[in-house]
Every structure is written in C-alpha cells, then in structure tokens.
Design a protein around this ligand. Structure first.
Ligand code: DX5
Ligand code: ZN
Length: 214
C-alpha cells in the first residue's frame, strides 16, 4: 500500500490548519516537513518553532527532511517533534552515528540521497535505516521537474532491501505528480512526497486518492 507524505513547503502557513484538516480527511499517512538552512541548499525554509506548532495541530506523523549542514548538531532538537527524521548523506555527519542517535531517541531514521549520490554508497547503512529517501530533484525548492534517473536508483535500492530481507520504507521526493508517480511506485517507492501537486490544489482529495491507489 502506497503511503502519501504531502510536503508542506508550498503551503500558506497562516491558512494552514484548514489545509491540515483536509489532508487528514483525505487519508494522507504523514506530513513531509522540509527544513532548509540556506547553506546545504540555496534556500531557507523554517525550523523547530513551526514544527512544534504543526505537531500541536495534528496527529499525523511528521516526516522531517533536514537539508542542513552537519545535521548531527541538531538531532536532539528535531527528534522532539519528528516521527521520522531524515538527513542527507552528503551533509557532513558521521552518517552511521547520526542514524544510531536518531533511533536511540525513539525516532525512525531516514538516510536521504541527492541526485549526485549512487545508491550503492548507502548499502552499508541500510541496517540502520527505517526509511531511505531518494531525491528526484536537486533539493532546495518545490515545484521542480522529476529527474527520471531517480527511477533506476529506486530499483537498485528496492532490490537490495528485499535481498537483505529488511523492512525499510523507500520514499521519493521531488516532482511527484500525476505523470511521474506511477513509474516511481513501479520502480519500488512505497512513500510518495508530493508538494505542489497536492497542496493548495482544488483537486487535493482526488489527487491524494489517486496516489494512494497506485
Ligand atoms: C525539495 C523538497 C521537496 C519539495 C517537493 O527540496 O525536499 O520536499 O517540497 O515539492 P514538489 O512535490 O513540488 O516537487
Ligand atoms: Zn523534502
């Protein structure tokens, strides 16, 4: 069963409580929360104060995607509100230690890779992951075009996860919409992040239903 994780980056935060309600009613599985530091990526989004407020307004699990340098510095902070906490392989942490630390705090761990990283580079880390996130755009902005190269990476990772008998969710993020989602699921993704395709769309409910039906 495909899980849907709407990316709130494209939301109007002052109108957000109604949007969260609509998403809850539409059966989304979690909310995808993009944290950007203007350093690891060329954009700044928001930090823990907003995440704390979101947590107080919903029972949906929060799937926090850190796009920040040296993420090990902030794991304790974000673990307070995250249900799944992901960070980038390329961001300058001791990745295995950081994954272990997330789990030790009772939060699900997620190793995230940019388009430049080969899936084989994270094979050794798989036993420490509850989820793996494959970026299908360069991280930093919503509304970009899906990079088809991500499909092969999803296939390689799904194959390795199955071969090892691990229970790991495989998430894809960036440019997921009515044209690209089906191929991502066929390639092995079982968690779909979708921002501009869902948030603020008058067809939000139908679109969520469609993604979940794949
Ligand atoms: C990009 C973010 C994504 C983004 C997805 O760096 O990680 O989560 O918000 O937005 P769409 O679905 O519009 O590509
Ligand atoms: Zn994201």
């Amino acid at each position: 069963m495909v899980k849907v994780s709407p990316s709130i980056l494209s939301a109007d935060f002052l109108e957000f409580t109604d949007e969260i309600k609509r998403m809850e009613e539409s059966g989304v599985d979690m909310l995808h929360v993009d944290v950007m530091d203007g350093n690891f990526v060329p954009n700044i989004s928001f930090g823990n104060p907003l995440i704390k407020s979101i947590k107080e307004h919903t029972r949906l699990p929060l799937d926090v995607h850190l796009m920040i340098d040296k993420p090990h510095r902030y794991i304790e902070d974000f673990a307070k509100y995250a249900d799944i906490l992901g960070f980038h392989f390329e961001a300058g942490s001791d990745n295995s230690e950081t994954l272990k630390k997330i789990r030790a705090l009772g939060v699900k761990s997620c190793m995230t890779i940019k388009p430049c990283t080969k899936p084989e580079e994270i094979f050794d880390l798989l036993p420490l992951c509850d989820m793996v996130l494959v970026m299908s755009v360069e991280p930093g902005f919503g509304g970009q075009k899906f990079m088809p190269e991500a499909l092969e990476k999803l296939k390689v990772l799904r194959n390795e996860i199955n071969k090892r008998g691990l229970e790991i969710d495989l998430e894809v993020d960036g440019g997921v919409n009515g044209e690209t989602a089906e191929a991502a699921v066929k390639a092995g993704a079982n968690v779909l992040v979708a921002g501009s395709y869902i948030i603020g769309s008058p067809e939000m409910k139908e679109r969520i239903k469609y993604l979940k039906s794949l």
